[in-house]
Design a protein around this ligand. Structure first.
Ligand SMILES: *Cc1c(COP(=O)(O)O)cnc(C)c1O
Length: 384
């Protein structure tokens, strides 16, 4: 009976962390009697972000997607404006700009990091280019210095989609503190979460005032709350982007454990990495790589499968109750992307990665035994 139960134990792909404090914080709201946005816990969370990520301003919003949409409004993206970004990313990176009439312009990734390759950016710039959106894939930093240099030369804004990159660094600088604007996600699939949530980080101070208005339905309610205007009114574009206090209360408890969660995830990453080394040496897989300029956060662990079919490995692992997933369908080859975007480089690495990459289980409920079980199964699959 017992051995049967052990055999059945599923190693899930993700398992969102939730401690006691998250729920205790939410209970506290009944005495505070304030549940909508911008209350006690929202301020606590913003304070944590500005302190730990060293950005000038942090606005909590209901998703990273919302924060990206706010970026497009802040940059006054209009029909025909071009935004350079990787195609190997989550749909929101591009959609937020397409929604305002902007055209996502895709370039290929660096095969080492799977991040936008700075070498491809210059050729993609036109007179309509407004910004470069970088994505720190898997919480590993893009090579920011050459990107910042290009942005400076061509007077382009830089936005960091740091959805996966909380507490990661580039040459010691926190990701999210480098671009004019940056976005974080607190979706339950990310390292630190509140179910659904996100933040807009602002480093270029000229965006701060307007960002608060855009987050609050295009009104100057923030000034009203501070007694700086008698009535609040419609002053700009905007939407209902605020995060509720219920989510912020949960999130603040997560922030207080964020460094511990990161350490745990990094140790899982390191164990996978060590155990799978031989498979890479035998030329059967390529392991995730961390360049020396990046401090990482263990957001994901992936391998690229070279000698066998990815789908066969997924099925093989699934039969052993081990869940693994792949992503992304590159945006340039998606059905919407084919019609509404431009590609201005070869897409060899983007296409290859999307065909070969597999993400292994990664969450704080994993034991070392679980990790061993996964790696042994992979060795057996390859007969290695
Ligand atoms: C998760 C993710 C998003 C979207 O985050 P939400 O909070 O779910 O809106 C955007 N970009 C990247 C790169 C992501 O990984």
């Amino acid at each position: 009976m017992r051995s049967k139960m052990i055999k059945k134990r599923k190693i899930s792909f993700n398992s969102p962390y939730c401690g006691k404090k998250e729920i205790e914080n939410i209970k506290k709201l009944s005495s505070l009697r304030y549940y909508s946005g911008n209350g006690y816990f929202t301020k606590k969370c913003s304070g944590w972000i500005t302190k730990n990520i060293k950005c000038k301003e942090a606005l909590l919003v209901h998703s990273c997607t919302a924060a990206l949409e706010m970026c497009a409004i802040l940059l006054d993206i209009k029909k025909g404006d071009e935004i350079i970004m990787p195609s190997y990313t989550f749909v929101s990176t591009a959609n937020a700009f397409a929604m305002r009439g902007g055209i996502p312009v895709f370039v290929d990734i660096d095969p080492l990091t799977l991040n936008i390759d700075p070498k491809n950016i210059k050729n993609a710039i036109s007179k309509n280019t407004k910004a470069i959106v970088v994505v720190h894939y898997g919480g590993v930093s893009c090579d920011m210095d050459p990107i910042l240099e290009i942005a400076k030369t061509y007077k382009l804004y830089v936005i960091e989609d740091a959805a996966q990159a909380i507490l990661s660094t580039y040459k010691g600088r926190p990701l999210g503190s480098i671009g004019d604007l940056a976005t974080l996600s607190f979706h339950e699939t990310k390292n630190v979460h509140c179910g659904e949530g996100g933040a807009l980080l602002i480093n270029n101070p000229k965006f701060i005032r307007r960002a608060k208005i855009i987050r609050d339905k295009g009104t100057n309610r923030d000034l009203f709350n501070k007694n700086m205007v008698k009535k609040y009114t419609w002053v700009d574009l905007g939407s209902s982007y605020m995060l509720s206090e219920i989510n912020a209360a949960f999130l603040y408890a997560q922030f207080q454990k964020a460094k511990k969660i990161t350490t745990q995830r990094k140790s899982i990453f390191n164990l996978y990495h060590k155990q799978l080394k031989i498979l890479e040496q035998k030329g059967l897989i390529i392991r995730a790589k961390i360049p020396s300029y990046s401090g990482f956060n263990g957001h994901i662990y992936y391998i690229q499968i070279l000698k066998k079919k990815r789908l066969d490995l997924i099925k093989y692992l699934n039969n052993k109750s081990i869940m693994s997933v792949f992503h992304y369908i590159p945006l340039h080859s998606s059905s919407f992307g084919k019609k509404n975007t431009i590609t201005r480089s070869k897409m060899n690495y983007t296409n290859a990665t999307s065909n070969h990459l597999l993400r292994l289980p990664m969450h704080t409920n994993m034991s070392n035994r679980d990790i061993k079980k996964v790696t042994i199964a992979i060795f057996n699959f390859f007969d290695a």
